[in-house]
Design a protein around this ligand. Structure first.
Ligand code: ADQ
Length: 494
């Protein structure tokens, strides 16, 4: 956080998220804690260290497992330079609050996939209970001067619980996933309570203008006479008894880390090896967590459509689809994995010739250098979620594409679309023929146009990296002057 007069702030920073940024491992009798990585942690760590800050979250183990992590956590605290504090959950809480309300209701609903929601009343009960549990943990440590920054859809009720407990510190929420349109949000049985609880935050941050517009539409429906003041990145909302800010902060990545990794010898070696493995071929890359929102099935069909309609692609492209295992013990996710594998082998069975396999499917987490090598080498990135809060893969691809000759095909429903709309090939991920046409357009695009598109994309990510994001969020919460925020325009699909 910049310490100029406008935003100067004396208190500590307390970050709260569903998961702590650590992985707990039990090796026979030893408990080991591995530090997490990723842009958010990299960006927040220096601020937390500076301020003697804290990160509060669930360490990923349950009460029933009876694993005492206090010693290992104390050692990890020394190591990271700020405090990690654990909220331990029971198995029942994990099942109902995390798998239930968060992932069977909020996740599909907020991604416009309402038919996948399971509105089990017990889920809401336990969601409230666990939010209260988090609030009690925060209350036990927070001081009035502290700034409490709560992350994401698992903890939407926290601010209200904290105010009920008498906490007076500044409270902010950042929603990493989209906020749905009014007619979809209306399906939620607890719509009014959830919305009202959100108004107890001093700042509610969204990824895109569209999310904020949706949120304000919902407010207008439930809080007659709600007023919205200002038209910049941060606006002020007023209901009869509450005042709160609503901001737009598109999240980003640590650009220089990706760029540096892409220039390293290890990555150059791996990139060279990839080219050897796929000689004379353009690599089309897909990288996703296993999730039905990522549009992997539709993407495979679009690729099939492309090689069917444009025979000159055959033998000339290799589609590398990397899927990171996620929520695999949830039946829906396991079924999705099976469907991806079935479709991949069907397409490969149909088109493989001696010397050419169209789809290379990888189901595991890749280490950073392998991932960056793929980003650096792939001529085309296919990022086609059905809906996505932001999609960091699109930004990581641009940052790593140091030869500046790659083409980004991007879903217009990704949060990254408004920033990238002028230089990526924007597609509707449901339009299989349209995505196939974009693949062909990218394949045949000349080098001048590829450079003319990739250069500004990289510039956008470089200028708006994750450090900028953290800084602007703090400014959104703490700056006194609303007029200091730029006016932002919405992106409207053609
Ligand atoms: P996610 O849904 O997880 O995040 P995304 O933004 O794409 O989606 O981030 C995925 C991350 O996983 C990337 O950093 C990527 O590098 C990593 N990853 C993907 N495949 C990998 C692989 N095979 N091996 C190793 N790492 C891999 C949620 C929201 C998004 C929002 C982010 C941040 O759903 O919309 O952009 O939070 O706010």
């Amino acid at each position: 956080m910049k310490d100029n007069n406008e935003n100067s702030y004396e208190g500590r920073i307390i970050i709260v998220s569903n998961r702590l940024p650590i992985v707990v491992r039990k090796e026979s009798d030893n408990i080991e804690i591995e530090r997490g990585s990723g842009g958010l942690i990299t960006a927040l760590a220096p601020v937390l260290k500076d301020r003697g800050g804290k990160w509060i979250g669930w360490p990923g183990i349950t009460e029933e497992e009876r694993i005492d992590i206090s010693q290992a956590l104390a050692e990890a605290n020394e190591d990271v330079g700020y405090d990690l504090e654990a909220v331990v959950l029971t198995q029942e809480e994990v099942n109902n609050y995390y798998y239930g309300f968060s992932n069977e209701i909020l996740w599909p609903l907020f991604h416009d996939l309402q038919s996948r929601c399971n509105y089990e009343p017990r889920y809401w009960e336990l969601y409230r209970k666990v939010n209260r549990k988090f609030a009690e943990k925060i209350e036990s440590t927070v001081k009035t001067d502290d700034f409490v920054w709560i992350q994401d859809y698992h903890l939407l009720n926290c601010a209200r619980e904290l105010r009920t407990l008498g906490v007076r510190s500044k409270l902010a929420m950042f929603l990493h996933i989209p906020f749905p349109p009014l007619d979809i949000f209306l399906k939620l049985p607890w719509r009014y309570q959830l919305l009202e609880n959100l108004l107890y935050y001093d700042l509610i941050g969204f990824q895109t203008i569209r999310d904020r517009v949706n949120f304000i539409d919902c407010l207008r429906r439930f809080f007659r006479g709600v007023q919205i003041e200002g038209r910049g990145q941060v606006v002020l909302g007023k209901t009869a008894d509450r005042e709160f800010r609503i901001g737009v902060f598109p999240i980003s990545i640590d650009y220089s880390e990706f760029e540096k990794a892409a220039r390293s010898q290890q990555v150059a070696d791996r990139a060279w090896y990839l080219h050897e493995k796929y000689p004379e071929r353009k690599i089309i890359l897909g990288v996703d967590r296993l999730d039905y929102t990522k549009g992997i099935i539709q993407r495979l069909k679009a690729f099939e459509n492309a090689i069917e309609r444009f025979p000159e692609l055959r033998g000339k492209v290799s589609f590398v689809q990397v899927v990171v295992p996620s929520r695999i013990n949830v039946p829906e996710y396991f079924e999705l994995k099976q469907e991806i594998e079935r479709l991949t082998s069907e397409i490969n069975g149909r088109f493989t010739t001696s010397g050419w396999v169209p789809i290379h499917y990888v189901f595991r987490s890749l280490d950073r250098d392998d991932l960056v090598a793929l980003y650096r080498t792939a001529e085309i990135a296919l990022v086609t979620p059905l809906k996505d809060g932001m999609n960091l893969v699109a930004k990581e691809y641009c940052a790593s594409n140091i030869e500046e000759d790659g083409v980004l095909i991007l879903s217009e429903f990704a949060g990254a679309a408004p920033e990238f709309k002028d230089h990526a090939l924007l597609v509707n991920p449901h339009d299989i023929v349209g995505v196939a046409d974009a693949i062909y357009q990218a394949f045949t695009m000349d080098i001048e146009e590829r450079r003319a598109r990739m250069k500004p994309l990289r510039e956008i990510v470089r200028e708006n990296d994750v450090f900028y994001w953290v800084d602007s969020f703090f400014k959104g919460a703490l700056s006194r002057d609303l007029k200091s925020f730029p006016v932002v325009k919405d992106y409207v699909p053609r």
